[in-house]
Write a protein that binds this ligand. Structure first.
Ligand code: AMP
Length: 462
């Protein structure tokens, strides 16, 4: 007898192989909620500083035509030679994720006819930039800069103003910085200097590393910021730029220094400072911690900039359109501020915590919560929690001085409870009046705290 056919088996669900979610790309990172208070503080400082000095914000596109950077930043620079994220789009256009801001600023100044506005035109930006560098502490492939640019004037007071703003920016972030300054002169005086420099290093060619021998041929100025072994001693004997400066550059530089002296901006002269971009003329500068503490801190330049009088004419803008600018590296400023302990507390500081009990209270709670928000009072909540004890514990952890409690009974009565978290005292108030009463209680609590703080401060030390 043929065996009874067995019931057809349900088709087996295809086995889904769990693959790992791709991680962030090397040199790229997420900025998590705990870091936001620090970023917000930095954004506040940037905004208030720029407003005070009359800089208007500009937002730049992330992608530009590759030729903008090749021409602006310079083909022989590290950035253009090996660090740009460049690709060809579907339409065959070669484009690059911006590696810096100044070339785009010069483009925007020309494109929007800003040379017809009263000069100087002062612009600031806070943007992310992209460079394919070897990631390490304080060096990423996506990073952010606070940029300042003053275009359309060669007045040395603007060089000083931009430098001063970089220093004040760091100071407002709680950092004590010193500025290193140098002058690269104009292209003609620099040419004479570079010829002398090449002559000098050719005499010592055998002592140069392979990289520096390449620099000697392609970009000899970069030898001055070479960190290769043995270069410190060699550089010490090299001719110095300052001796080759033309009279105009020299007097411009002296004026910049006088303004810095007057404004009490701490600076040191660094004859070897050249910076990595081709467009600089006359003033160049870098900002670093005055007392870095660690070796890592010492090698971490927080920002820099300089004058770029040749860039706008190079892009086809009006001849003699001078400009000066700077960029501060925001991740590095945050690293330094964290080490210095000057960052704000990452936790959200709400003075009021909202507790609700039961479904009806939760529903009414959403509306009451909105009333506080409209009145500009920052209220924390844990709507997803049902238990009062758990909610009060969170309020306690957040150090909220007031909790407001809405239960079933209060919903029926049209009331709400205000609890002083320090004393535990509670009062039942009309829900329509709660916002005004809480505002009053907060003023009382702040006054109480101020008196207590004053008492602690006048205590004689033992
Ligand atoms: P630069 O545009 O090269 O003059 O750089 C100005 C500042 O931007 C530097 O001093 C750094 O603080 C910051 N910066 C430049 N490149 C990076 C990077 N790859 N990662 C993080 N910060 C950077």
């Amino acid at each position: 007898m043929p065996s009874k056919p067995s019931a057809p088996k349900a088709p087996k669900a295809p086995s889904v192989k769990k693959s790992k979610v791709p991680e962030t790309l090397r040199g790229f990172r997420d900025v998590l909620p705990d870091e936001q208070a620090a970023w917000e503080k930095m954004e506040d400082v940037m905004r208030s500083l720029s407003r005070a000095y009359g800089f208007g914000r500009i937002r730049l596109p992330a992608l530009e035509q590759t030729s903008l950077f090749e021409r602006g930043v310079g083909k022989e620079t590290d950035i253009v030679e090996k660090e740009m994220f460049t690709f060809t789009d579907q339409g065959g256009v070669r484009m690059t994720l911006r590696p810096e801001g100044t070339a785009s600023i010069a483009r925007a100044y020309i494109e929007h006819g800003m040379l017809n506005q009263p000069q100087p035109v002062k612009l600031w930006y806070s943007e992310t930039f992209f460079r394919h560098e070897r990631p390490q502490a304080g060096r990423y492939r996506q990073f952010s800069q606070f940029g300042l640019e003053a275009l359309g004037s060669e007045d040395p007071v603007l060089d000083a103003q931009v430098i001063l703003m970089c220093q004040r920016f760091c100071k407002d972030m709680g950092l004590d910085v010193t500025v290193q300054v140098n002058s690269l002169g104009v292209p003609s005086s620099r040419k004479a200097y570079v010829a002398e420099l090449v002559k000098y290093f050719k005499l010592h060619k055998k002592q140069l590393s392979e990289t520096d021998q390449k620099r000697l041929i392609r970009n000899p100025l970069r030898l001055l910021d070479s960190k290769e072994p043995g270069m410190e001693e060699l550089k010490a004997g090299a001719p110095q730029m300052i001796d080759y400066l033309d009279d105009e550059s020299k007097s411009h530089f002296m004026k910049v220094l006088e303004y810095l002296d007057e404004a009490e901006v701490p600076y040191v002269l660094n004859p070897f400072l050249v910076r990595g971009l081709d467009y600089y003329t006359k003033t160049v500068f870098e900002v670093a911690l005055t007392n870095p503490g660690t070796e890592e801190g010492a090698s971490m330049v927080l920002g820099g900039g300089g004058r770029y009088d040749g860039l706008i004419p190079l892009f086809g803008g009006r001849e003699n359109t001078a400009a000066v600018g700077a960029a501060m590296g925001l991740e590095r400023v945050l690293i330094a501020a964290k080490a210095a302990g000057t960052l704000p507390d990452p936790r959200r500081r709400s003075e009021v915590f909202f507790c609700q009990l039961g479904e009806a209270a939760r529903r009414k709670g959403l509306k009451a919560f909105e009333r506080f928000r409209e009145a500009g009072i920052d209220v924390a909540e844990a709507f997803s929690k049902g238990n009062l004890k758990a909610q009060l514990e969170i309020a306690d952890k957040l150090k909220a001085p007031i909790a407001i409690i809405l239960g079933q009974k209060e919903v029926l009565d049209g009331t709400i409870i205000i609890r002083d978290m320090e004393s535990g005292a509670q009062e039942i108030v009309d829900v329509e009046k709660v916002v005004g009463i809480v505002e009053k209680r907060l003023l009382e609590i702040r006054a109480r705290k101020a008196v207590a703080k004053e008492k602690v401060e006048v205590q004689p030390s033992v």
